[in-house]
Every structure is written in structure tokens, then in C-alpha cells.
Design a protein around this ligand. Structure first.
Ligand code: PEP
Ligand code: MN
Length: 366
């Protein structure tokens, strides 16, 4: 059950305390207070968790400060958009705001290789005014003989370089819960020059123990990538593990599905689901055109396949684009064939801007 408070009734106020006290009088009921910073108002929602089926709505509806009570019957209790929940849930991390209304591009390397290449990448981002990037230190690879990422050894110089070039958020995959502490320690040692968005990769989408651990830490936001071979419902349920642990700074990522029906692309592009996920949940939605298409090929109109599907994601309302670039793709230790060139970065960003503007214009027609 969710108790939605009237506008600007904030956590810690006597009104909120009264609702929490009333709820927790019922056996096995726990109240979790959440603040949602919407575009025009701050919203406080109190989630009643546990044995809530028998709790009547009336005692709560009678409080003056309560706007409405919502009984959750559907799945995705925490990430779901339940009847009457119109306000999108956003969050801010390291000065950057993420919600179903915002838009950020995260161009960067699939895997961190050398300090020289990373610096070239970051310099190009700064010259384009980009403050968000991707850089993998821990790589889940199909073959044990492939490059597995430099791991914690590259964190100090990766974070230092990010700080030097004004990058505020780095999307970085983790494959084991112990890596959260490695990242935390390295950030602290470097003087917190940047921030990290933990990425749960498609291969770990149903690694429930990892999801629980990442959900129980509330410091880092999480980019959860849809499982490549499971249904959307299964992915959303898996994503719910993060929120069930109390971490609500979540972005849901679409990155294509594994099936030969998408050939010759690496994965079958699923960006038509952007509005669907936004309707089913209140999470910002990311698209990853690089891991969907998997190759840097150009269509006869001169536009790369990666750019075409990026546009498809953005025109559908995507809030984030995660995309692979590399200063020297032929030297890349992971996913070189899908990396775009730094010389292509300005056009890529301009193209994304054009499509985002078109999306906003389409929305304004409604
Ligand atoms: C990645 O982003 O580098 C990655 C491995 O993505 P995915 O988990 O979608 O394959
Ligand atoms: Mn990759």
C-alpha cells in the first residue's frame, strides 16, 4: 500500500510521523518514507510493506495531509507505476539529475585499456561539454581467455582522469559485490573527483545475490540492463530486487535481445519498449545502441546503424544513451568493432540533440 501525502508535506513532519505510527501499529507492517523531487513539487510517499492486505484505507484517508492511498495489487511493487502515480521518480547523483524527463548521453570506452587512450577519450568529451561517460574496469567476457578488464588496478587513474576532465558520472559494470567496496575505496583515495553509476550487465540480470547486495547500498545509482534472453517481466522483477533493498536510484537499460532474428546485428533492437517501460515503471530508461547493433557499419544514407537505432531510442523518449567510442578502435581490448571514432562524436551528439528536440516537439502536441 502507498500513502501519497499532499504537496510539500515532507519527511520528518508531524503529519508523516503520524502516518508511519498509525501504519506500524498493525502487526508485521513496516513503513518506508520516500521523497520524490518532481519538476514542480516535492512529493512524499509512504510505502507500507509486509502484511498490508488487511489494513483498511480509511484511517489514512481521514488525515488532512494525505492526498490518496493506493493499494498495490500488481507486481513491481517498488519500481512499478501504480494507478494514480503520475509523478515520475527521479534522483540526483553527483549534481546530475536523472528522471523520465531528463536526457543524458554517456559516450565512452567499453573497457578501460591505457591511460593514454582514456585521456584522449575524456578530452574529447570535455571539448563537447559532456559530463557523463562509460568506462569498464570489470568485464564479463564470454571466453575466459579474453581480456577481463584491468579491475581495481585501473580505478585510481581512471577516477583521477575523470576528475581532470570534469566528468561527473561514470557508468561502470560490476560483476561481483566486492567491487562496490573497491570502487568506493578508490574514489575516496582519489578525493572523490567523480561519481560512479554501477552497471548490472545483461549477463547478471538475474544474479539475485548481486542485485540484493547492490540494492542494499544506497550510495551509488544503478544502471540495470535487461537480461538478453528473458522476458521483460522477468527483467523488471529482477530489477525490483534493487529497489526492494532500498536503492531507488535505478535506471532501466534496453540493450537488445539475443536471437538470430536480429542478424546481421549483434542483438535484436528492442527500443520500441522505451515508452512501455516508462508506462510500467517510473524509472528513467536508457538505450545502448552499441551492444544492440554490435558493429560500426554505415547505411547508404551515410548514417551509421548505431546512429539510426540511437535515434529510434531517443524519439521513443529514452532518458539516457550509453554508447561505445574509442580513440583507436583497432587497439581496443573489448568490443572494438562496435566503437565509434572520436571524429564522429560531434555529429553523433548533434544528431542526438536533433532527435531529442523532435521528441519534445511531439510530446508538446499532446
Ligand atoms: C557493456 O555495456 O559493456 C556490456 C557488457 O553490456 P551488456 O551487459 O549489455 O552486454
Ligand atoms: Mn561492451
Amino acid at each position: 500500500m502507498i500513502i501519497v501525502m499532499k504537496a510539500d508535506v515532507l519527511p520528518g513532519s508531524p503529519e508523516v510521523e503520524q502516518v508511519v505510527r498509525t501504519a506500524e501499529r498493525y502487526p508485521n507492517v513496516h513503513a518506508e518514507v520516500r521523497t520524490i523531487q518532481g519538476a514542480t513539487r516535492t512529493l512524499t510517499e509512504i510505502y507500507l510493506l509486509g502484511s498490508t492486505a488487511q489494513i483498511p484505507l480509511e484511517p489514512f484517508e481521514e488525515f488532512d495531509a494525505v492526498e490518496k492511498c493506493i493499494r498495490i495489487r500488481e507486481r513491481y511493487r517498488s519500481i512499478g507505476r501504480h494507478e494514480g502515480q503520475a509523478v515520475e521518480v527521479g534522483f540526483e547523483y553527483n549534481g546530475v539529475r536523472f528522471s523520465q524527463d531528463t536526457f543524458h548521453v554517456f559516450p565512452g570506452v567499453c573497457a578501460v585499456d591505457t591511460p593514454e587512450n582514456l585521456e584522449e577519450m575524456f578530452r574529447a568529451l570535455r571539448s563537447e561539454g559532456i559530463e557523463t561517460t562509460r568506462a569498464g574496469a570489470y568485464k564479463p567476457r564470454t571466453s575466459p581467455y579474453d581480456f577481463q578488464g584491468h579491475g581495481k588496478a585501473c580505478l585510481p587513474w581512471t577516477f583521477e582522469l575523470a576528475g581532470k576532465y570534469g566528468l561527473k558520472v561514470i557508468a561502470m559494470e560490476i560483476v561481483h559485490e566486492g567491487q562496490v567496496q573497491e570502487i568506493r575505496d578508490a574514489l575516496r583515495l582519489a578525493g572523490n573527483p567523480t561519481g560512479v553509476m554501477l552497471q548490472i550487465g545483461t549477463r547478471n540480470a538475474q544474479n539475485f545475490e548481486l542485485l540484493k547486495a547492490v540494492g542494499q547500498q544506497h550510495e551509488f545509482p544503478v544502471l540495470f540492463k535487461r537480461g538478453m534472453g528473458i522476458t521483460l517481466d522477468e527483467s523488471l522483477n529482477a530489477c525490483e530486487y534493487l529497489a526492494a533493498g532500498g536503492n531507488h536510484k535505478i535506471i532501466f537499460g534496453l540493450r537488445g535481445m539475443k536471437t538470430n532474428l536480429g542478424d546481421p546485428h549483434r542483438n535484436f533492437v528492442d527500443f520500441g519498449l522505451v515508452p512501455t517501460v516508462k508506462r510500467m515503471t517510473r524509472l528513467p530508461v536508457c538505450v545502448d545502441p552499441s551492444h544492440s547493433v554490435g558493429k560500426r557499419v554505415v547505411a547508404p544514407d551515410g548514417i551509421l546503424d548505431i546512429e539510426h537505432v540511437t535515434a529510434q531510442g531517443i524519439i521513443a523518449g529514452a532518458n539516457m544513451v550509453l554508447v561505445d567510442f574509442h580513440p583507436h578502435p583497432e587497439q581496443a581490448l573489448c568490443d572494438g568493432p562496435q566503437a565509434m571514432l572520436l571524429s564522429e562524436l560531434p555529429t553523433f551528439l548533434r544528431d542526438a540533440e536533433i532527435v531529442r528536440e523532435a521528441y519534445l516537439k511531439r510530446r508538446a502536441l499532446k
